[in-house]
Design a protein around this ligand. Structure first.
Ligand code: IDP
Ligand code: MG
Length: 154
């Protein structure tokens, strides 16, 4: 296996997916793909953290509903690490609107409505760093050697 540049992304399994008992199915997709989980926890998102996480959407008509939704029940947070992980995970979750998302994506396969789209994933490296920082302390990130790497990467 050559030396591979690894990126990190933040995933939030949102309150609708938790309530619908989809945590396992969603995490399973990431594990089967070959992505490494380097942090994971269940939390209630505090309002100030929700505001910070979604600050780019402040002022939009769906903002208040979005903050109510993301703070309405527990979420499951993951940090995933892999080569090109940000694009890979965005492709795996699919379009923001489950009605537009391609079959095989998480939002298509499990979702019906843009306001209940089950999952968040960072959209670029800058967002990933900012978002991971909102939800995880440095000591919560677990660096470990994935024993299958030589079977996942050339
Ligand atoms: P993304 O999650 O695919 O990156 P964004 O445009 O960044 O999509 O929007 C953030 C979140 O805001 C979406 O995942 C969804 O939960 C919510 N959202 C976006 N647009 C709408 C809308 O038109 N109605 C209700 N909720 C929306
Ligand atoms: Mg976004």
């Amino acid at each position: 296996m050559r030396n591979i540049n690894m990126d990190e992304t933040l995933v939030i399994i949102k309150p609708d997916a938790v309530q619908r008992c989809l945590i396992g199915k969603i995490i399973n997709r990431f594990e089967e793909k070959g992505l490494k989980i380097i942090a994971m926890k269940m939390i209630f998102v505090e309002k100030h953290k929700a505001d910070k996480h979604y600050e780019a959407h402040k002022g939009k008509d769906f903002f208040d509903g979005l903050i109510d939704f993301i703070t309405s029940g527990p979420v499951c947070l993951l940090v995933l690490k892999a080569q090109d992980v940000i694009n890979i995970v965005r492709n795996m979750i699919g379009d923001t609107d489950p009605k537009q998302a391609q079959p095989g994506t998480i939002r298509h396969d499990f979702g019906m409505h843009i306001g209940r789209n089950l999952i968040h994933a960072s959209d670029c490296d800058e967002s990933a760093k900012r978002e991971i920082n909102i939800f995880f302390k440095k000591e919560e990130i677990i660096e470990w050697k994935h024993s299958q790497y030589s079977w996942i990467y050339e």
